[in-house]
Unconditional design. Structure first.
Length: 247
């Protein structure tokens, strides 16, 4: 387990590194999650292992720091991730990112294309959506009551990693996917200059702007017998999809 300072106040992104060849491969998790929990068995599978791989936790989640003055917007998280890569002198990385992490990775790739060689997003958020888990709460009330209430009602899978998240990070991150989300994520994704692809679960709705994505010759790969957490629902098929896109 390693850490890199990414903010001027000393806040650090935590990660685990697997040695291997270039280009570097970076895995980015979604809301209330952790790359270590969702990706370790994927990254170490013989079909795709062998690259230098960083399993990172975004600020506010997992093993990373929890800055209370940080806004946790998509753009701020993307800037922190860019700082992380700059500090480690990483460029042209293969970035695999899930859900909220996919939206952050799109922001990263569109603002710092020098850092991303190939991008694979897994059901990335492409447009603002209602956030019912926080709509009834102010931030202070969510911290006092809403976070614990959500933990009791989200099931046994997500709660394993969400209990490691900071409540402030959860609340502001939810806002970053709702009222505070940029409205041009689809345009950013479609117009990225590097090779990029979209992975979805068979049981999930089609991605926003699917027709435009297909028209732009961007691959959309469907994981059979899987929902939003396709890397957990059907790991073998997910690994095969990554192998196809990355190799």
């Amino acid at each position: 387990m390693k850490h890199v300072e990414v903010l001027n106040d000393g806040s650090r992104i935590g990660y685990v590194e697997l040695p291997g060849n270039e280009p570097v491969r970076i895995f980015v998790h979604g809301l209330g999650s952790s790359s270590l929990a969702y990706y370790t068995s994927v990254a170490t599978d013989p079909k795709i292992a062998g690259q230098r791989t960083l399993l990172i936790d975004l600020l506010g989640f997992g093993i990373s720091d929890r800055q209370q003055d940080f806004g946790y917007s998509l753009s701020e998280q993307a800037a922190a991730l860019a700082s992380f890569m700059d500090k480690l002198e990483i460029s042209k990385a293969d970035v695999i990112a899930h859900s909220m992490g996919g939206a952050i990775a799109i922001m990263l790739a569109s603002t710092r294309p020098d850092l991303v060689g190939r991008l694979v997003v897994c059901e990335a958020n492409l447009l603002p959506t209602p956030r019912p888990r926080i709509d009834a709460y102010s931030e202070d009330l969510y911290i006092a009551e809403g976070f614990a209430s959500t933990l009791k009602n989200i099931g046994n899978i997500w709660s394993v990693t969400m209990r490691l998240a900071d409540p402030v990070a959860m609340y502001r991150s939810e806002q970053s996917l709702g009222k505070n989300m940029p409205t041009d994520l689809s345009d950013r994704f479609i117009n990225l200059p590097m090779p990029h692809a979209f992975i979805q679960g068979e049981r999930s709705p089609a991605p926003h702007d699917k027709d435009r994505i297909v028209a732009a010759d961007i691959p959309i790969i469907t994981i059979p017998d899987a929902g939003h957490n396709m890397m957990l629902d059907n790991q073998d098929a997910f690994i095969s999809a990554l192998e196809k896109v990355l190799r």
